[in-house]
Design a protein around this ligand. Structure first.
Ligand code: COA
Length: 158
């Protein structure tokens, strides 16, 4: 049973995240989406809201669960008996941050492997912050986020 963790803040989930998740769900028997509380990022949505927005969109995969986490990601991986961390590389600009994080995680727990996948290029410029900015000023975000997220953004900025 191969199990991977897909960690992030997911404030909110985008089609880019779901693209990565779809690839992870094919590669692994089980995927756990680990939603970081991440108060440092001052998320728009609470952890419970981010989880609920995610849950509505992962049911289609059949092997994905969503749970909150705080503390060190590698400790969470060990506690969950996960084989790997999966991360998306959208563009070259992601590389340095991801490389450092993967090496630090490997230093902390050598047995937890990090695996990178490339989301579809149509999502290479998507980020949760940009989506929030567009939504805040009334722009159309339907190309980037599922309908439940678009509705939640509309309500949050009403
Ligand atoms: N599609 C769309 N957007 C994507 C994306 C994709 N495939 N992949 C990443 N992004 C966006 C995210 O939406 C996010 O956008 P934002 O900054 O505008 O909100 C941005 O890229 C960064 O996302 P990500 O790299 O997933 O960072 P994060 O802040 O969401 O999560 C953690 C980082 C939680 C994984 C990391 O901080 C962590 O592991 N924390 C736990 C503490 C720990 O162990 N620290 C030591 C790590 S070495």
């Amino acid at each position: 049973m191969r199990h991977c963790i897909y960690p992030g803040t997911f404030d909110p989930i985008t089609y880019g995240h779901l693209d990565v998740l779809g690839r992870a769900a094919k590669l692994f028997d089980r995927v756990t989406v680990a939603v970081a509380d991440n108060p440092g990022k001052r998320p728009l949505f609470s952890s419970a809201e981010r989880i609920s927005l995610l849950e509505a969109n992962v049911a289609m995969f059949g092997n994905v669960t969503v749970i909150p986490f705080d503390g060190l990601l590698v400790d969470f991986c060990v506690a969950q008996h996960a084989d790997a961390i999966i991360r998306g590389l959208r563009a070259l600009s992601d590389f340095e941050f991801e490389f450092n994080m993967a090496l630090m995680n490997r230093h902390l727990k050598p047995k937890v492997e990090t695996i990178f996948v490339m989301p579809n290029e149509q999502f290479s410029y998507t980020s949760s912050s940009l989506v929030k900015q567009v939504a805040k000023y009334g722009g159309d975000v339907s190309h980037f986020v599922p309908p439940n997220v678009a509705a939640a953004l509309k309500q949050a900025y009403a």
